[in-house]
Structures are given as C-alpha cells and as structure tokens.
Design a protein around this ligand. Structure first.
Ligand code: GLP
Length: 266
C-alpha cells in the first residue's frame, strides 16, 4: 500500500484528480471506477474545472460506479445515478451511454441477480477498470461491502449495515422511503481493478483508516482487503491519518520516493 498524507481535503482531491487525468491522458480507452459519497465530490469538482480549462477530455472514457440503492428509480433525487449525473457527468464531455451504474430499480430478485452478473461482464468487456476510486465508510466498508463481506465477493445484492443506513439518513426526508439494500460491486471485483485509489478525509474516518492500513486482514474491515492489492494508494488528509501508528514512516517513504525520482537520495 502507498500511503499519502496531505494537509487538507482539497489537497486530497487535487492528488486524486492528477491520477485520474493521468489515466485519461495516457490510455486510448480509459476505464474509470467511480464512487459516490461526500468525499469524492471535491475530486469531481476538480475534474470539471480541468475539463473546463481544456486540460482533459472524457470523450473516450467509460465509467463504472461501485453501487446503487435497490428499489428507487434512477431518477430519484437520492439515487447514485442522479448523484453522478449531477456532480460529474452533466458537466463534462462524457457520453452518458458510456457511464454505468448498477441497475437496481427493480425489486425482483432474479432480475437484480441478472443485472449484477451483466455488470461484471460489462466491466470485463470494457477491458477491466484502469483506476478504481474509492471512499471508506465509518465501519470500513468499500462500495456497499459491509463488514463480513467476503473478500471474494462479486457484484451482488447486499443488505446495508444499520450504521450505514443511519449515516445516509441525512440525505432522505423523514417521510421518504430509504433503501436498506443495494447492488454493489464485490470486494473481489474491486480487487481486479488495475489500480485503486482510496480517498479519506476528516476525523470521522480516522478509526476505519487505521483498521484498513494497520489492522489485520479481516472481513470485519472490508477495506483491509486493499492490503492484498499490488497497486493500492490511500490518500488521506491529516485528520483521517491522525490515528495511524506509522504515520511518520509513511511520510518518510514519500520523501524517499520523491528523492529517488529526483536522483538525490544518497
Ligand atoms: C457510501 C458509499 C461508499 C462511500 C461511503 C462513505 O454509503 N456506498 O462508496 O465511500 O458511503 O461516504 P462519505 O464519503 O460520504 O463519507
């Protein structure tokens, strides 16, 4: 794991944007894995700014989102499809037909299972994900892979943890139906991405970040599965990094890496 600790959430967004732009500018058919939640919004704003200043185009790219709520229409204000359209897709030059979010409007189980399997096939047919962006839940989830999710799991129906429902309550009004189920890429699916970049900001993530990086490999912290990925970068602000035991070491590693690249390490 490469651990990068930066001063603020905006620095985290800028770093993530650099990584995404690098993929977009170096691959002929870039495939991005995208995430929802409040953390990547600053990344999407940064990408929109770079598109507007002609630094990048999304015309050739294909995107796959991690997850979607089951049982609400795509057009629902809180669907992840609406989130992505609003926060990114409508503001850049991507072909909307090349943006995939799991199809989860139906509540018919066999239809959902078929959609999940087809999602996996679509990812494979696109050539796999070049860079998967991730956030982390306060309980250590990635996508909607809640604690005890198998590290081998594929795109499937998942029941949300009570703490996740509680954390996401703020987006739904009191009289509104809030889904307790989601269709999510599995941990196995995520681990097949060629590279992953997990962003975490704020004090509320400090414990799950510590468990992910320094805790044991455990289904109790689904994000700890990223310890198994050969090209995983974790980019944190100071608050999210505040519980890390080896924080100084990670910063030292980055310094050494920089010096090595500059040829000034001896
Ligand atoms: C959501 C999403 C995750 C996201 C997480 C954290 O429920 N399914 O992909 O990483 O929760 O969200 P936030 O960035 O708002 O803390």
């Amino acid at each position: 794991m490469r651990i990068i600790i930066l001063p603020t959430a905006q620095h985290v967004a800028n770093y993530a944007a650099d990584r995404v732009v690098d993929i977009l500018n170096t691959r002929s058919n870039p495939v991005l894995g995208l995430a929802t939640g409040s953390t990547p919004i600053a990344l999407y704003q940064e990408l929109i700014a770079r598109y507007q200043s002609s630094q990048v185009s999304f015309q050739q790219s294909v995107t796959f989102n991690l997850d979607e709520y089951i049982g609400i229409p795509d057009t629902h204000a809180q669907s992840y499809r609406t989130f992505m359209n609003h926060h990114l897709f409508e503001q850049i030059d991507i072909e909307l037909a090349n943006t995939y979010v799991p199809l989860a409007e139906t509540t018919n189980v066999s239809e959902l299972q078929r959609n999940a399997q087809e999602y996996e096939v679509k990812i494979q047919n696109a050539g796999g994900i070049d860079l998967q962006i991730l956030g982390i839940g306060v309980n250590g989830h990635i996508g909607f892979n809640e604690p005890t999710s198998s590290f081998a799991s594929r795109t499937r129906i998942k029941t949300l943890a009570e703490s996740t429902v509680e954390a996401n309550k703020r987006f739904f009004s009191d009289d509104e139906f809030q889904p307790h189920l989601a269709l999510t890429m599995g941990i196995g699916t995520i681990l097949e991405s060629k590279a992953v970049l997990l962003m975490a900001t704020g004090q509320s993530k400090a414990n799950s970040v510590k468990a992910m990086i320094e805790g044991p490999l455990s289904a109790m912290c689904p994000a700890s599965a990223l310890q198994l990925h050969a090209a995983a970068t974790i980019v944190l602000d100071e608050e999210a990094a505040s519980e890390l035991t080896l924080k100084d070491y990670y910063q030292w590693c980055e310094q050494k890496r920089q010096q090595l690249h500059e040829g000034s390490w001896v």
